[in-house]
Design a binder for this molecule. Structure first.
Ligand SMILES: CC(C)(COP(=O)(O)OP(=O)(O)OC[C@H]1O[C@@H](n2cnc3c(N)ncnc32)[C@H](O)[C@@H]1OP(=O)(O)O)[C@@H](O)C(=O)NCCC(=O)NCCS
Length: 160
């Protein structure tokens, strides 16, 4: 007989966790990085378009993140959203890095590393045991060397 799912305390801890870090970058500008920070859909749509080189969409990020994410990290410089990462969740102990992006004008200043660091902290604080990510080979130095992920075997199957 299937066992009834018990209510996990994870969800409460997830919603409680908020972290904000301000740091000065090498260029002297202040960067504010925040776990579960506020955002407008149009900010993420504009950043996604410039980072992944496609036209701006009107995707409802707030609805998606609210329903499917453990959290996310926003990076702002002078209030402008310059970086973002989404942490999807299986509802248990597995979290998944998606949509890592940094405005091209600020790339290679350590912004994404800071985004991921906060995502790691937030996932750990929420009680997750594993944080997964997959990426193109060119980003191995970023995820493996700079962010500390271990290489592993994984698979992906295109469904379209
Ligand atoms: C990938 C991306 C998020 C990295 O952001 P970033 O802020 O430039 O990364 P960081 O400055 O924190 O990088 C830290 C280190 O990781 C490595 N790294 C970062 N980007 C790299 C790249 N494109 N290729 C190889 N190594 C890279 C470098 O060692 C870098 O240190 P260095 O600049 O002193 O050499 C950014 O290039 C981006 O938004 N790209 C377009 C969207 C994308 O492809 N996202 C990845 C989805 S999996």
């Amino acid at each position: 007989m299937p066992t009834k799912a018990s209510v996990t305390p994870l969800a409460e801890r997830v919603l409680d966790a908020e972290t904000r870090v301000s740091q000065r970058l090498a260029d002297g500008n202040e960067l504010c990085v925040e776990w579960r920070g506020d955002f407008e859909n149009n900010e993420i749509n504009a950043l996604h378009a410039v980072c992944f080189e496609h036209p701006i969409s009107d995707y409802d990020w707030a609805a998606k993140l609210d329903r499917f994410s453990l959290g996310w990290t926003c990076a702002r410089q002078s209030e402008k959203l310059v970086g973002f990462v989404n942490v999807a969740w299986d509802g248990g102990v597995h979290a998944f890095i998606l949509d890592t992006m940094v405005d091209p004008s600020l790339q290679r200043h350590g912004v994404a590393r800071r985004l991921i660091t906060l995502a790691i902290d937030g996932s750990r604080q929420a009680g997750c045991d594993w944080l997964h990510v997959d990426f193109e080979a060119s980003l191995r130095p970023f995820y493996l060397e700079s962010c500390g992920f271990r290489p592993t075997d994984a698979g992906v199957l295109p469904l379209k």
